[in-house]
Write a protein that binds this ligand. Structure first.
Ligand SMILES: Cc1cc2nc3c(=O)[nH]c(=O)nc-3n(C[C@H](O)[C@H](O)[C@H](O)COP(=O)(O)OP(=O)(O)OC[C@H]3O[C@@H](n4cnc5c(N)ncnc54)[C@H](O)[C@@H]3O)c2cc1C
Length: 481
């Protein structure tokens, strides 16, 4: 607890904490600084804040009562799920005035097999949702590297993407309904299971991607898909990012919806992963400029023919000179090992040292040219740096990382060159009509860049929505809007 605040405000903080403790019960309010500390730094370790206390409500009623109390006392609220976000959105500022609202205890998952949906507490972890769905012969078709920590509430609030967007879309497409606690403590239930409902605005979409600035998401109904009957995971070595794009078009033409994921990464990212994960193995003999990771899936009807179809499309691509080498995972363990190579790139890159990370998108067909041109421009303008561009080529979304020269001091580099590099990269992206945030959101990391690069009319609408729903500005202040 921030004792200076307690003394200075004539006991108002103490009164607030006492009332919060009554609402939340003995497990629900953490005031010990050492227990709160691990949750005050973001995943990338770039932001560190302070909090008055950490609330751990167990249900919607507790969230609603707490939010109402915060409104009465003027206490800001920062919602936090798995704290795996990439833009500092779940980290409070340094004032110590805010309460950190952790949803981790609200983690129930109820699968409705008949409706092909799952009703999840905001704190349900993505990997647990995968397992619960699979146990019922279903699946939740969104996955990402942070799945062991990321929560359904966090995924909803950041409108997360991941590795299956190509076929299933981002979180916006997968949320069937949600429940949210508004800034005044009122509960808004938008979890109607109706497939068609045209009563005006689709209000749930306002909260999806709002990063805790418009309300606290307490419950989410997500759409499930039938379990995959068969899958083939392939890694192909290709000579250029343009060849990777041509390979993708070829696979889409031949296999249509069976192509569920198409990710790319250069040799340098693979090297980083092999150095970081002791058990990881190179998937192909020899080195290749780029690797494409492809996942093909089939339902029961197509299960028997999937293997042959994948072999044919790869053989054709090989003959046309599109791929240099390829391996089809022989079993589930190898398929998972291939995916692990892709999903461990972020932590492996993080371990290499400071980097300016840009989660950007341009039109899908422009992405190969963008990667080549932007990499050249960055290296010319900032000699000694290294570019690692990897990710979701099929969605026109690449994580364009610029890595500092070895031995750079992180704080100095982040403050000076890192900032200059980011401005440079975002200018290249906006010049191509792209987005400075494809899937990670804005948080505190990109707030200024959003203001500088986005359409002023769009910013004005966002501000109007914010002041209508949170007039006192208590929900995640300093983030997004
Ligand atoms: C290794 C790794 C790989 C990743 N890969 C991807 C990827 O491919 N695609 C992608 O999109 N993301 C990716 N991420 C980022 C991250 O996993 C997502 O942003 C995820 O949605 C964050 O979920 P969380 O529960 O950890 O949210 P947090 O980090 O806890 O919070 C994120 C934001 O949501 C708000 N929030 C959280 N819960 C609530 C709630 N219940 N109500 C209101 N607001 C809330 C927070 O205030 C914050 O602004 C990756 C992360 C890691 C660590």
């Amino acid at each position: 607890m921030n004792t200076d605040t307690t003394i200075a405000d004539n006991g108002r903080t103490e009164t607030f904490l006492k009332a919060a403790s009554t609402i939340l019960g003995p497990k629900g309010l953490v005031t010990d600084a050492a227990d709160i500390e691990p949750w005050l730094t973001d995943w990338r370790g770039r932001y560190h804040g302070k909090a008055l206390a950490m609330a751990q409500p167990s249900d919607t009623a507790q969230v609603a009562a707490l939010v109402k109390l915060c409104a009465e006392h003027g206490v800001p609220i920062v919602a936090q799920g798995g704290n795996s976000g990439m833009v500092g959105g779940a980290t409070p500022d340094e004032s110590g005035r805010a309460i950190l609202l952790s949803t981790r205890r609200m983690n129930a998952i109820a699968i409705d097999a008949a409706a092909m949906s799952a009703t999840c507490g905001a704190g349900a972890v993505l990997q647990t949702l995968h397992e619960a769905s699979e146990a019922q012969g279903l699946r939740f078709p969104l996955s990402l590297g942070g799945k062991g920590s990321a929560t359904v509430g966090g995924l909803t609030s950041t409108n997360a993407g991941g590795t299956q967007v190509l076929r299933h879309g981002v979180m916006r497409a997968l949320v069937a309904g949600l429940e949210v606690v508004l800034a005044n403590g009122e509960v808004l239930d938008l979890s109607t299971p109706l497939k068609k409902d045209n009563r005006g605005f689709d209000l749930k979409q306002i909260f999806i991607g709002s990063e805790g600035t418009l309300g606290i998401v307490t419950r989410v109904v997500v759409k499930l898909s039938p379990a995959v009957a068969e899958r083939r995971v392939v890694i192909a070595g290709v000579e250029s990012i343009h060849a990777a794009r041509r390979l993708m078009l070829e696979c889409e033409a031949a296999m249509a919806d069976a192509l569920e994921g198409f990710e790319v990464f250069p040799q340098s990212c693979l090297d980083a992963v092999l150095a970081y994960v002791p058990t990881a193995q190179a998937p192909l003999e020899g080195k290749h400029a780029w690797y494409a990771l492809l996942e093909f899936v089939a339902d029961k009807a197509g299960a028997n023919t999937l293997g042959d179809a994948v072999e044919t499309v790869l053989a054709d691509a090989f003959e046309e000179g599109l791929i240099e080498d390829a391996a089809i995972a022989a079993n589930e363990a190898q398929a998972e090992a291939f995916w692990q190579l892709r999903e461990t790139i972020s932590p492996a890159e993080k371990a290499k040292g400071p980097a300016a990370q840009h989660d950007i998108s341009v039109a899908v067909e422009q992405m190969p040219d963008f990667i080549v041109d932007a990499s050249r421009s960055v290296i010319e303008r900032f000699p000694g740096h290294e570019v690692a561009a990897f990710g979701h080529l099929g969605d026109g979304n690449i994580h364009f990382h610029v890595i500092a020269p070895a031995g750079s001091d992180a704080a100095t580099w982040n403050r000076d060159e890192g900032k200059a590099i980011s401005s440079f990269v975002y200018r290249l992206v906006t010049d191509r009509g792209g987005s400075i945030s494809a899937e990670h959101g804005i948080g505190q990391d990109k707030l200024q860049t959003l203001l500088e690069t986005h359409d002023p009319a769009a910013i004005a609408v966002m501000k109007a929505v914010k002041s209508a729903l949170d007039p006192a500005g208590l929900l995640n202040p300093g983030k997004l809007v």
